[in-house]
Ligand binder design. Structure first.
Ligand SMILES: Cc1ncc(COP(=O)(O)O)c(C=O)c1O
Length: 374
């Protein structure tokens, strides 16, 4: 439903306050911030690359996220491809797999498609940076094949503290479950520091990262997995039948972007923080109409509209709400039904400040007018 919503409703001249990513960069800005002269682009030979990803980009990812071990890195067409390749290879029919509630669609899809015995980790079990220890013990049992989580969570912005991550990795290790960790927006943290990538410690962990979110490069279409070398090699037959490898031109840009990651992320993280401060104030002013849990990481949240909650409305109501908001105020949210939350919507605060404020002004007028109409 998420991608279908965007196919239908994302367009020019709207205030998109729905995204889980930050304000994207132009190519001129990338070349400037990452120091890519035209001569480097001209020198690229448009030859095949290799299945695991070119040596330069793999090493750059490994140096930032995998303790320098490039053998444990697979570079892919967005992290979507990394998720598809690794989960299709790792999981088998009948495997017991714990999957976090309301998780990004493809992370939930592959365990179901593989015929796994899927058990849900409730979102409510994550509080103050920790998974309730009783729930963790009850769900991640010996014989569990994998635990699939996304922190900071898209769309709620809930995340783990360093202590909470330690407890989860220890439980996975003790039971022999592979920890599958999607860190798409890990580089922007609000409540605790940026968490280390659990894939860097070796072991059975599979972690995913992407240039699409906090780097501001969704159009580059590059992501990665950090995982045991054997698992990565085992994905090659599927890759041979799908995308083969990335373009060397894209790999060059991605390598430079990774080597200059801080220069790309810092301005966007600062903009997201300013937007979050503004949003926090906005939420206080609209407390009679909306409730929320402030996000602990990433650039999105899941506000709940009191009017829909009070009415106990079904999924069509929030979809109608978002469609009317778009038609009247050119402001885009994603209905919470895309994440199993029928009374709320995904609200992203990573975008350009002026458009973000204009979108919130539209949402404000819309909510006040509906309130007055009742
Ligand atoms: C949590 C999460 N994981 C993975 C992805 C896939 O991103 P991409 O394929 O652009 O790297 C997204 C995209 O929205 C996401 O939110």
């Amino acid at each position: 439903m998420l991608e279908e919503w965007y196919r239908r409703h994302l367009g020019p001249d709207i205030h998109d306050i729905s995204s889980s990513g930050v304000h994207p960069y132009t190519f001129a800005e990338i070349r400037d911030l990452c120091r890519i002269p035209a001569s480097d682009l001209d020198a690229v030979v448009m030859d095949d690359s290799v299945s695991q990803g070119g040596a330069g980009i793999r090493q750059a990812v490994a140096d930032r996220y995998a303790g320098g071990d490039a053998d444990r890195v697979l570079v892919t067409h967005g992290s979507s491809e990394a998720i598809a390749l690794t989960l299709s290879t790792l999981l088998h029919p009948g495997d017991r797999v714990v999957v976090q509630e309301g998780i990004y669609h493809s992370l939930g899809h592959y365990p179901r498609a593989a015929g796994c015995d899927v058990v849900t980790l409730p979102l409510a079990a994550v509080r103050d940076g920790e998974i309730d220890p009783e729930v963790l013990t009850a769900l991640v049992t010996p014989g569990t094949a994998a635990v699939v989580v996304n922190f900071p969570h898209n769309p709620t912005g809930v995340t783990l503290s360093p202590q909470g991550l330690k407890a989860l990795t220890e439980r996975a290790a003790v039971t022999g479950a592979a920890l599958v960790w999607d860190a798409a927006t890990a580089e922007i943290a609000h409540r605790w520091e940026v968490l280390p990538d659990p894939g860097a410690d070796g072991g059975d962990t599979v972690s995913y990262g992407t240039f699409s979110k906090t780097f501001g490069l969704p159009g580059l279409r590059v992501g990665w997995a950090v995982a045991p070398k054997d698992l990565l090699t085992a994905t090659f037959p599927l890759r041979d039948r799908t995308t083969l490898f990335l373009s060397p031109l894209v790999e060059l840009v991605a390598e430079r972007a990774m080597r200059h990651a801080d220069a790309l992320i810092a301005p966007r993280a600062a903009e997201a923080r300013r937007n979050l401060a503004y949003l926090t104030q906005w939420m206080a002013e609209h407390e009679d109409l909306v409730r929320w849990t402030p996000p602990e990481g990433g650039v999105c949240a899941l506000p709940v509209f009191r009017e829909l909650e009070r009415a106990g409305s079904g999924p069509e109501a929030v979809e109608r709400f978002c469609l009317e908001l778009l038609a009247r105020h050119r402001t885009l949210l994603v209905p919470g039904t895309a994440f199993g939350a029928p009374h709320g919507a995904r609200l992203g605060f990573g975008g350009p400040e002026d458009s973000f404020r204009a979108g919130l002004a539209g949402l404000s007028q819309f909510l006040r007018a509906r309130g007055a109409g009742r």
